[in-house]
Design a protein around this ligand. Structure first.
Ligand SMILES: [Zn+2]
Length: 720
């Protein structure tokens, strides 16, 4: 097969696939379990409760028996992250440490100026992620060198495995340890300043590296995006190191030179770190969120680690900001339920209410579970002295999470309770509740609450509506209520999970693979035109010998092209690519074809026919293809064809009965002959019109041959 682009060679793709294991990549998104020769799990592309998503490690292919999505490393990576083919190549090459060709310049564009700008931005972004990763690695390896810091983690239940999985680290207590390291290793200093890792220092210029660290004496938590890139850092203040002069005082403040050092600090917002679009631990949690259909939001980074360590692996934390619409959209692609794990003392009540309202604006009701007063999750789960799991911690946490209630209903109930104190309390309660309902973008959920609030507060419908009308949101919604959609697409009722798959195909259209022609070209363009059947007498090349044009088997002028792959086509296609016990049957069938029919003509569905034509064009190709060189899946293959191929290749046992394949072959051949005879008839009519008696006679003979063949098949069926 020809590569999709001049620069993406099959060799490059092969190298990437050798370096990056599909099972590892899918394993980041799906909890996979071994099932026979393959792995299986819940499909990341459609909502399901029992696993129908299958991954073959030996074939490096995946297939969903539910939604039929299928493919290989590159298709998976593109689809799950919404990337273009070229972007997927770049990122996977980076991940597998595969060098890109020297003249590689990513996505090409027509406008060189625009292209140069985009390339520069892309390069800077990649460098930023690289630098962050470099810093994360340094902090991670610094941790074992600082026993007090290591102990600090251990006491909070973070063992070596967890430390590695989250790549936690430590920032030393000095002023410029990181700055010195960066200067010594000739890292891009300006970029490190821009990313908020270091800052220029006048004082340090005299004797030090000229820069000072922004994270000092802190437990460090790299914050990854969903693709596993280090976007930034969170740092939690640690007690001062033993023997340090500041140990007796408020040391961190002293070390930081600030009046009051905050408990947590994060990277400053930059082009790679946007707090509102990241959640700590989500990279590691994403597959568990998908599996459990729930994300648990906690306050601190240590809480995330503690919950993961205790088996609650769907826990994440937002990074020093309030919950945003973007967060909820990001979570919503993985699971439908969002549970906030709240402080028992309700210190976070204002933040909780804001989060609840953000949810309502999205048509979503968030859940809240309360911690026992005065306890953090890591205190429930781990003994704070020894770092050992508490005996009842897991059960307690399970009960706490099981007690989660919809925040909206909890708050409405509280308001209704307060309303009992008198008319003014009732007024306030009504206004408060009406405010929430007015922004709640799920008409069904809102209506249900309106009905129950009317009863509980003993108010009329019109009074409640008037109170809600004061909230702008409700009026706007009432005005558009007669619109086509009564239920918002993102409301939890209309789409309980994952509206439209995890990542909408937002691949940059400019960045599509530069492949102007279809990857599986039909050779119809090269056929002799209808009025020139003369070449048929040469008989050299079957493709040229045919007296009538063919266009991918079924797409004749007389029959409308099929848009769905029929079961017969599926069996034929699957058996052909699978080979093995079907190989002999297939090659026999190919040999028994009349001289002017191609095996590809047996298919009703044009893309299948084109695919098979290309596959059989080169005798060695089918063998390579079966052997696992599945370059062909890189091409812009029809999804139904691709799905059938992967399903056949990935199946543990032979996917079809021999008799089934035989029947499909016979029926396919019969249909192909019928189509062929129609085409000859048309050619005969044309020859008659052109008064070409010689050609007419030749075609007639051919027609009778075909008719006889068809009759043979028909009688075979009659007997069967
Ligand atoms: Zn699926």
């Amino acid at each position: 097969m020809k590569p999709s682009s001049g620069r993406v060679t099959p060799e490059l793709i092969t190298k990437i696939k050798e370096a990056v294991n599909l099972v590892d990549v899918i394993g980041e998104h799906v909890v996979l379990r071994k099932a026979g020769a393959n792995f299986s799990g819940l499909c990341p592309f459609h909502a399901e409760r029992s696993p129908s998503f299958s991954v073959s490690e030996t074939k490096q292919l995946y297939h969903c028996y539910g939604c039929k999505k299928s493919g290989d490393l590159l298709t998976f990576f593109q689809e799950i992250h919404g990337l273009s083919f070229m972007d997927a190549i770049e990122e996977l090459a980076e991940r597998g440490r595969v060098a890109l060709p020297k003249d590689w310049s990513g996505n090409s564009s027509d406008d060189p100026e625009q292209k140069a700008r985009r390339d520069a931005a892309m390069e800077k972004q990649q460098l930023a992620y690289k630098l962050n990763r470099f810093v994360a690695a340094w902090m991670h390896t610094t941790l074992p060198k600082l026993p007090y810091a290591e102990q600090y983690f251990r006491k909070r239940g973070v063992d070596a495995d967890l430390a590695r999985a989250f790549y936690v680290g430590a920032a030393p207590a000095g002023w410029d340890a990181l700055a010195q390291h960066l200067v010594q290793t000739k890292a891009p200093i300006e970029l490190a300043v821009e990313l908020g890792l270091i800052r220029p220092s006048k004082k340090q210029q005299a004797q030090g590296p000229g820069y000072f660290d922004l994270f000092r004496n802190r437990a460090m938590f790299p914050i990854l995006d969903l693709r596993g890139r280090v976007a930034g850092f969170g740092g939690r203040m640690m007690p001062p190191p033993p023997g340090s002069p500041e140990r007796s005082q408020d040391s961190n403040a002293a070390a930081a030179g600030d009046k009051e050092a905050p408990k947590y600090i994060n990277s400053s917002d930059s082009f790679v770190f946007q707090k509102g679009k990241l959640a700590y631990g989500l990279y590691q949690a994403q597959k568990h969120v998908r599996l459990l259909d729930e994300v648990v939001l906690v306050e601190g980074y240590f809480d995330v680690l503690a919950l993961h360590a205790a088996g609650f692996q769907n826990a994440v934390a937002i990074c020093g900001t309030s919950l945003t619409y973007d967060h909820l959209n990001m979570f919503g692609k993985l699971g439908s339920k969002v549970t906030l794990l709240l402080d028992g003392d309700r210190a976070g009540i204002a933040a909780t209410e804001r989060a609840m309202e953000t949810g309502l604006e999205r048509g979503q009701v968030l859940y809240g579970a309360s911690m026992p007063v005065g306890l953090d999750p890591d205190e429930v789960l781990f003994d704070q002295e020894t770092g050992k799991a508490t005996s009842d911690g897991h059960e307690r946490m399970k009960a706490i999470l099981a007690g989660a209630r919809p925040l909206l209903d909890t708050r409405i109930d509280e308001c209704i309770l307060e309303a009992q104190q008198g008319p003014e309390a009732r007024t306030l309660a009504l206004k408060q509740i009406a405010g929430w309902l007015s922004i709640f973008k799920d008409p069904v959920g809102r209506e249900i609450r309106m009905e129950s609030v009317q009863k509980s507060l003993e108010v009329s419908r019109s009074l409640l509506e008037r109170a809600m009308g004061e909230g702008q949101g409700y009026q706007a919604q009432v005005q558009t209520k007669r619109g086509p959609e009564a239920i918002r697409p993102n409301s939890p009722i209309s789409s309980p999970k994952k509206s439209g798959g995890p990542v909408a195909p937002v691949a940059n259209p400019v960045a599509r693979p530069q492949n102007p022609k279809p990857a599986m070209p039909s050779d119809s363009q090269q056929e002799p035109p209808p009025g020139h059947p003369a070449s048929s007498s040469s008989g050299e090349n079957r493709a040229q010998a045919r007296p009538v044009p063919r266009s991918g088997g079924a797409a004749t002028r007389n029959s409308r092209p099929k848009t769905v792959l029929s079961n017969r086509d599926k069996v034929l296609l699957g058996a052909l690519v699978r080979g093995g016990q079907y190989a002999e049957l297939m090659s026999n069938a190919q040999r028994s074809l009349p001289p002017k029919l191609l095996f590809a003509d047996l298919f009703d569905y044009p893309p299948a026919s084109e695919f098979v034509a290309a596959l059989l064009e080169d005798p060695g190709f089918l063998e390579n293809f079966r052997a696992g060189s599945d370059q062909v899946l890189q091409e812009r293959i029809d999804p139904q064809v691709r799905s059938t191929i992967t399903e056949a290749l990935i199946a543990g046992e032979a996917p079809y009965q021999i008799s089934e394949v035989k029947l499909a072959l016979e029926r396919g051949l019969k249909r192909a002959l019928e189509r062929f005879s129609q085409q000859i008839m048309a050619a005969i009519a044309e020859a008659q019109a052109n008064k070409d008696a010689g050609l007419e006679a030749e075609l007639m003979k051919e027609y009778l041959d075909v008719k006889r063949k068809i009759k043979e098949f028909t009688s075979f069926y009659d007997e069967a």
